[in-house]
Design a protein around this ligand. Structure first.
Ligand code: MG
Length: 302
C-alpha cells in the first residue's frame, strides 16, 4: 500500500458557482451530506461572496443552517473578504478558504485589488479567524499560468505561496485555475513547495481543461503532495461554454490513486452513485469518465 492521501471535494462551491442554471439548496444540501457519508474527509460547501457577483452562492447562510453544527468540522467555506468571514463565522464555519492569484492581472480582474492589497486583506482575515480558533486555508490561483499575465514562474508562485503562510494561513492549495499546467511543470513546482513548506501543508487543485488533470495529479503525487482537491463528476465552469471547462473529476482521480495503493477514506463506488444521480438532477451528462464506464473489478492494482 502507498501512503494514505487526503481528499477535499469542492463541487458544492467550485462546481456550482458557475453552473448555467440555478441549483436548488435542496440539491446542494443532499450532495454535501452524501459526500460526507461517502467518507470524503473535507467538503468545500459554499462561498460567502456577494450574491451580486455570484448568484449561485446566494443561499450560503441557508445551506449552512440546514447542514447544522454536526458536520462543520469536515466543511470549509470560501470567504473573499472580512465581510464574508463575518457571515461565515455567524453560521458556525470552522475552516475558511481565502484566495489570491499569483499575478496582479488575475487579482485586478477577479478581486479588483493587487496581489499586495489582497494579501493585506488576507492578513486581516487570518487575524480575525485566528482569534476565534478558525483555520484558514490559502488558495493560490493561476499558479502555473494566468489568462491575463501569461506564464507564472516557479519563483513567483512560491513567493506568493510563502506570503499566504506569512499572512497567517495554516495550509495552502496550489491551483491551476485555467488548466495550463502539465506534469513536468507540476513536478517542478510541487517538489520545491513540499521541501519549503512541508507535505502536510500543501494541496493541489487541477482543472481538466486540456485533458491533463489526472496526469497532473499523478505528477504532484510523485513530487510528494498528499492532498488533492476534485469536483464530483468533473463539474465546474460551464460545460457548454468554450474554454470554460471543469475541475479534475474526484472519482476519476481517486480511482487512479486507489488502484496505485493510495486510499483516501472515500468510497469510490459510492461516489459513482452520487455522480450518476447528480447528472440526473442537473439534467445533463457530467464530464467525469468513471461514473459512465463503471469500475472494472479486475483492473490492475499496485
Ligand atoms: Mg476550480
Amino acid at each position: 500500500m502507498g501512503d494514505a492521501i487526503r481528499f477535499v471535494e469542492v463541487a458544492p462551491r467550485d462546481g456550482f458557482q458557475n453552473w448555467p442554471e440555478p441549483v436548488s439548496t435542496e440539491v446542494k444540501e443532499r450532495l454535501v451530506r452524501d459526500l460526507l457519508e461517502a467518507g470524503v474527509e473535507m467538503v468545500e460547501a459554499t462561498s460567502f461572496v456577494s450574491p451580486q457577483w455570484v448568484p449561485q452562492m446566494a443561499d450560503a447562510e441557508e445551506l449552512m443552517g440546514r447542514l447544522g453544527p454536526e458536520p462543520q468540522a469536515r466543511l470549509r467555506v470560501l470567504v473573499p473578504n472580512r465581510r464574508g468571514l463575518e457571515r461565515a463565522l455567524a453560521v458556525g464555519a470552522q475552516t475558511v478558504v481565502v484566495n489570491v492569484g499569483a499575478t496582479d492581472g488575475f487579482n485586478h480582474k477577479n478581486l479588483n485589488r493587487s496581489v499586495t492589497e489582497t494579501l493585506e486583506e488576507i492578513g486581516a482575515i487570518c487575524a480575525a479567524a485566528g482569534s476565534v480558533g478558525v483555520e484558514v486555508v490559502g488558495s493560490l490561483s493561476v499558479a502555473w499560468g494566468c489568462p491575463y499575465d501569461g506564464p507564472v514562474s516557479r519563483e513567483r508562485a512560491l513567493e506568493v505561496a510563502d506570503a499566504l503562510l506569512q499572512a497567517g494561513c495554516a495550509r495552502l492549495s496550489i491551483a491551476d485555475t485555467i488548466g495550463v499546467a502539465q506534469p513536468a511543470a507540476v513536478g517542478y513546482l510541487c517538489r520545491e513547495a513540499v521541501v519549503r513548506f512541508g507535505e502536510d501543508r500543501i494541496a493541489v487543485h487541477f482543472h481538466d481543461t486540456r485533458g491533463l488533470g489526472v496526469a497532473n495529479v499523478l505528477a504532484a503525487l510523485e513530487a510528494g503532495v498528499r492532498e488533492f482537491e476534485g469536483s464530483i463528476g468533473g463539474i465546474g465552469g460551464c460545460p457548454f461554454a468554450p474554454r470554460s471547462t471543469g475541475n479534475v473529476c474526484s472519482e476519476d482521480l481517486l480511482h487512479m490513486l486507489e488502484l496505485m495503493g493510495h486510499a483516501s477514506g472515500a468510497s469510490v463506488p459510492r461516489l459513482l452513485e452520487i455522480a450518476g444521480r447528480l447528472a440526473e438532477e442537473l439534467g445533463r451528462p457530467l464530464p467525469g469518465k468513471l461514473y459512465k464506464a463503471g469500475l472494472e473489478p479486475w483492473a490492475a492494482t499496485a
